[in-house]
Ligand binder design. Structure first.
Ligand code: GLN
Length: 548
């Protein structure tokens, strides 16, 4: 651990949302981080979520979007994924906090008599617990600037404790804490004019918490004109230069560059009393220019099931997969075209998979449960037989192994214990210590989560793609390849090119190049470690094969 600096050197920026959700507060937070980091500051990003879920692992991706997994195994919200991608580094578990974590911690302390008989209350005990977490994240990251996004919108009862904790932190360190309001300015069609009133009201609501905004990021369809900048400045009590125009842009990667047009980095460091020149955005710029210069398209089919979405859009359920494909496509100089296919439609009609022949590559991403599984197996068989580049992620690797057992080893009843624990050949099965946790109904604790090392076999596609012998990748699954079948599968031509250090857990399965241009599945989720500035080697190899 790095040497700790004096605490009073630390700076905090809180990002809160006004008017409505879904306007890009997470990307705004990540972009501010990206810019301040490019100014040579040690920046960390923190998300506090008002849910009572202790982590995001128990939330349905159809309602809440993808569950993102960190190196340390914590299951979080997709914002943490955006943070890691925009900072190009791993974050720590103290950077993600939910109300559930805070309350369960306070209650546990109360049960253990750690409050010395005091009457335990939301104020001050819950609030102080949160303040400690803000400071701890900054300390453990040894960061110059900690940027904290408060989930939800101002005025929600749910995030009131996080707001109040932020207010008190500001009271403790008046010069070291700043507030950014990400607001929304509607342009009602009938009026054709941008309205600032909802933002003014949001500011008033923020003031009622005792918090004053230092910056306003004005999200809208169009750029803010000078008249409206003035109006927001005067009505919201913010310096004019601190009102940042944030019109809709083509892609999220443009956001940092767009913020920089208003010199947000210089203004923020100046207001925190730590100015040091301009950010060096050259690496980010060169990535963004790659996203715009590619012409040739690759058509990739993503065959999954979290498509009939509730509150969230389809893209949210598979966000990291989409991002990973994009980075590797730009890296290979091609434009990714993703096509969403619900595997259910092939369940009773495997011949219909013929329609997939037109795609350059097929991905079967992670998933749980039995819907659409027969359909996915039919798709994998098709990809194998027709030699279409295939990438299987977690469930996609398990199913690739089952398909091989069924159709090459001719074990017709091959299956995973997740679907049919009575199947004759459980190619994918549960490990002993997971069984115990499941019996105790400790579902949350029954998965292999977070980073584990894998050793790669020489002469394989995986080894060649990574260019090294050992890698570390993130997991989120209950089941594993059953060791009893490995010999038979390998004899039949499947190669387990990555395993755990003791050789017992199968981490990567692939077909040799002589048999297939690219057919590879990973027990882990490589997509969680794909970043704009460092695209993932396995996705790079997959897209390269698809491009051919
Ligand atoms: N359902 C499978 C398991 O639990 C795969 C999980 C996943 O794809 N993340 O092992």
């Amino acid at each position: 651990m790095a040497v700790r600096k004096k605490k009073n050197n630390r700076k905090f920026i809180f990002v809160v949302g006004g008017v409505m959700s879904g306007v890009g507060k997470g990307i705004a937070t990540a972009s501010i981080g990206n810019i301040l980091q490019a100014m040579g500051k040690n920046v960390s990003l923190m998300k506090v979520d008002p849910y009572l879920n202790v982590d995001a692992g128990t939330m349905n991706p159809k309602e809440h979007g993808e569950v993102f997994v960190m190196d340390n195994g914590l299951e979080t919200d997709q914002d943490m994924g955006n943070y890691e991608r925009f900072l190009d580094r791993d974050l720590i578990k103290e950077d993600y906090v939910t109300s559930g974590m805070v309350y369960s911690d306070v209650i546990e302390k109360e049960r253990n008599l750690q409050y010395n008989g005091e009457c335990v209350e939301a104020i001050p005990h819950v609030r102080d617990n949160i303040i400690e977490r803000y400071k701890r994240s900054a300390d453990l990251n040894d960061s110059d600037i900690t940027i904290i996004e408060i989930g939800g919108t101002i005025g929600d009862f749910n995030n009131a404790m996080f707001m109040d904790a932020a207010r008190v932190l500001k009271l403790q360190y008046p010069d070291d804490v700043k507030f950014v309001l990400v607001s929304y300015l509607p342009i009602p069609k009938k009026l054709g004019e941008m309205k600032t009133k909802p933002t003014q009201n949001a500011i008033r609501q923020l003031n009622s918490y005792g918090i004053h905004a230092n910056f306003v990021i004005a999200r809208s369809e169009a750029s803010l004109d000078s008249v409206r900048k003035d109006k927001i400045a005067i009505q919201c009590n913010v310096q004019k230069g601190h009102v940042i125009s944030a019109p809709d842009v083509e892609s999220i990667y443009d956001v940092p560059l767009n913020f920089e047009k208003d010199k947000i980095g210089e203004l923020m460091t100046k207001s925190l009393g730590i100015s040091n020149g301009k950010p060096n955005m050259s690496k980010w710029k060169s990535f963004v220019s790659k996203t715009k210069s590619a012409k040739k398209e690759v058509d990739i089919a993503v065959v999954g099931k979290y498509f009939d979405t509730g509150d969230f859009t389809l893209a949210d359920s598979y966000l990291s997969v989409i991002e990973a494909v994009k980075y590797s496509a730009y890296h290979n100089g091609v434009v990714p075209k993703l096509h969403w296919i619900n595997s259910k439609k092939y369940d009773n009609n495997p011949n219909a998979t013929k329609e997939l022949a037109k795609f350059d590559g097929i991905i079967v991403p992670g998933g749980f449960g039995e819907t659409g599984i027969e359909g996915k197996l039919a798709v994998i068989k098709f990809a194998r037989e027709k030699k279409i580049p295939y990438l299987g992620l977690c469930y996609g690797m398990q199913l690739m192994t089952i398909e091989y057992a069924r159709n090459v080893l001719k074990l017709q009843d091959a299956n995973t214990a997740e679907i049919n624990p009575q199947a004759k050949d459980l190619i994918i099965d549960i490990m002993e210590d997971q069984k115990r946790k499941l019996m105790e109904k400790n579902m949350g604790g029954s998965m292999r989560l977070g980073a584990y090392p894998a050793i790669l076999k020489k002469g394989t596609i995986a080894r060649e793609a990574y260019g090294k012998n050992e890698v570390s990748e993130r997991h989120r699954h209950r089941y594993e390849v059953n060791n009893a079948y490995i010999e038979a599968l390998e004899k039949a031509g499947l190669v387990f090119s990555g395993t755990s250090k003791n050789g017992e857990l199968m981490e990567i399965a692939e077909l040799p190049k002589s048999k297939h241009p690219f057919m590879l599945g990973t027990q882990f989720h490589p997509e969680f470690k794909a970043r704009p500035l460092s695209p993932h080697p396995l996705f790079n190899a997959f897209i390269k094969a698809a491009k051919k």
